[in-house]
Design a protein around this ligand. Structure first.
Ligand code: NAP
Length: 472
């Protein structure tokens, strides 16, 4: 219930009619049960300074800043977070008792959405279209992640792209190429591209027939990210999917950047899954936020889903949720080992040692891999033995549940002592040693760090949609 103590947040932009931010934030506010409200304000450029003074005068706790104000708003703020200063654009303002500090959560939100799709930007050739507020943040994120970037921008605003490339070279030390956005240059750069990032507003509602890249330049197999999120599938993404590209909607970035902004205003962990569902439901009314399918289809006979990842990644909890949602039986490899041995994993480790456990684990992996139609939660050490992965891959799509080190340590330290850590092994060293095995074995990678179990399960179902045997 809104009352005299309610803290107000909102978004300023022009236009803001299309924005999904109020839907996401108000659902998150309800989920967290906090006394906040979130509104959208249409602010003309001529009123930008006055609107920021209004924020200060009215004690508005936080604002998101969207098109076309992200760069211009900087001059009206008291302080900038170092990342926002380097990027030169602000998408989030925090009002601490009249002191306005600008942040940029677009960069981290963008990287999270690439990561969730399993795209590793390090060393990849990236074509970045546009040099506005979003492009600045995304260019910065890509440069910091070690991508090889070419920026293309329209002729009249080419100097803006040169400024951006100079900034990236100065702040990140990366070499960035700049070109005019035209058919000839596009053809040249798209021949080499591994990731295409549309950071322009081309294709945004109502101009849904617009696209900045001709279809025939979209090479099968590359990843195409469109920052535009209304519609969810822009013309660019539809055409890219039809050409066999991996596509990522700007909605994924929108949700991540919004969650990070909410955390800055409230100091609480944002319910990412709820926010994503709210955004998708708003774009596709009636879907319940879960029915967006990956369009390219891969033929496979596999009918099992095998979950791998470090301890604490949520393999068992997610596996159970996934099995329930997919109507498949659930199998826990550790439980199968315990059944074989007639004692608990902890007792096997203590009484017989790790080598005996690994032998039992291998036998159980072979057994379960012969079955079909199951959701399998694998022990954290399963992918370390290539024979296990070979056996699993014959019948299973392998899903890596990726989780940040901090989150793993938090989750693992709150439960009972894990057998593998009982002799004081260093968890960070163990994570570093195992991560390459998880990455190499994965057909699908899902970042579970900040999302609910239900949402991880839904994301897996969404990604399984690209396999023929998992389509419903
Ligand atoms: P901006 O600062 O106004 O920049 C817009 C950029 O798009 C400029 O480089 C502009 O080039 C270019 N552009 C516009 N129409 C074009 C067209 N038809 N062909 C080629 N280039 C075109 O806006 P922004 O803040 O960067 O936002 C850009 C888009 O990203 C918007 O649709 C916004 O809603 C979306 N966005 C999404 C997220 C997300 O989380 N998914 C976050 C931020 C923004 P000129 O300078 O030559 O006009």
């Amino acid at each position: 219930m809104i009352n005299a103590g309610t803290k107000l947040c909102g978004v300023i932009g022009d236009p803001v009619k299309h924005t999904l931010s109020p839907v996401m934030h108000n659902r998150a506010i309800a989920e967290l049960g906090i006394d906040y409200a979130y509104l959208a304000f249409n602010v003309k450029t001529s009123n930008l300074g006055a609107s920021i003074e209004g924020m200060r005068a009215l004690g508005i706790r936080g604002l998101n800043v969207t098109i076309p104000h992200k760069v211009a708003v900087v001059q009206f703020l008291d302080e900038l977070d170092p990342l926002a200063r380097d990027i030169g654009a602000v998408n989030t303002i925090v009002n601490d008792e009249g002191k306005l500090k600008g942040y940029n959560t677009d960069a981290a939100g963008f990287l999270q959405s690439l990561d969730a799709a399993g795209f590793e930007p390090m060393g990849k050739k990236v074509v970045l279209l546009g040099a506005g507020g979003a492009a600045r943040a995304m260019g910065f994120a890509l440069a910091q992640a070690g991508s090889l970037i070419t920026i293309l921008n329209r002729k009249p605003t080419l100097p803006q792209a040169v400024i951006l490339s100079n900034n990236l070279e100065r702040t990140c030390g990366s070499k960035v190429t700049v070109m005019e956005l035209n058919a000839t240059n596009l053809k040249t750069v798209m021949a080499e591209a591994e990731l295409l990032v549309n950071a322009t507003s081309a294709g945004m509602e109502p101009a849904v027939d617009e696209t900045a890249v001709p279809t025939d330049l979209l090479k099968p197999g590359i990843t195409v990210f469109d920052v535009v999120y209304t519609p969810y599938e822009t013309r660019l993404l539809k055409e890219a999917a039809a050409r066999g590209c991996q596509v990522i909607s700007g909605l994924e970035m929108l949700v991540s950047q919004a969650a990070l902004a909410l955390e800055l205003w409230t100091g609480m962990q944002a319910p990412l899954g709820v926010m994503r569902e709210a955004a998708i439901s708003a774009v596709y009314p009636g879907t319940g936020g879960t029915s967006v399918k990956t369009p390219e289809i891969e033929k496979t006979e596999k009918t099992n889903v095998a979950l791998v990842g470090f301890m604490g990644a949520g393999k068992t909890a997610v596996g159970k949720a996934l099995a329930r949602k997919m109507g498949k039986p659930f199998a826990d490899l550790d439980a199968l080992v315990e059944k074989k041995a007639g004692k608990s994993v902890a007792r096997i480790f203590k009484e017989d040692g790790e080598p005996v456990f690994r032998k039992l684990e291998k036998a159980s992996t072979t057994d379960i891999a012969c079955k079909s139609g199951r959701v399998i939660a694998c022990g954290g050490g399963v992918p370390l033995d290539p024979a296990n992965i070979t056996a699993l891959k014959q019948s299973s799509v392998v899903v890596y549940l990726k989780t940040s080190n901090t989150e793993i340590i938090k989750r693992v330290s709150s439960g009972p002592v894990r057998p593998l850590l009982a002799d004081g092994k260093d968890i960070t060293t163990l994570i570093a040693a195992r991560t390459p095995f998880y990455e190499q074995s994965a057909d699908i990678t899902i970042d579970t760090t900040r999302i609910t179990i239900e949402c991880v399960a839904e994301k897996i179902i969404e990604r399984l949609g690209k396999y023929e045997s998992f389509r419903f």
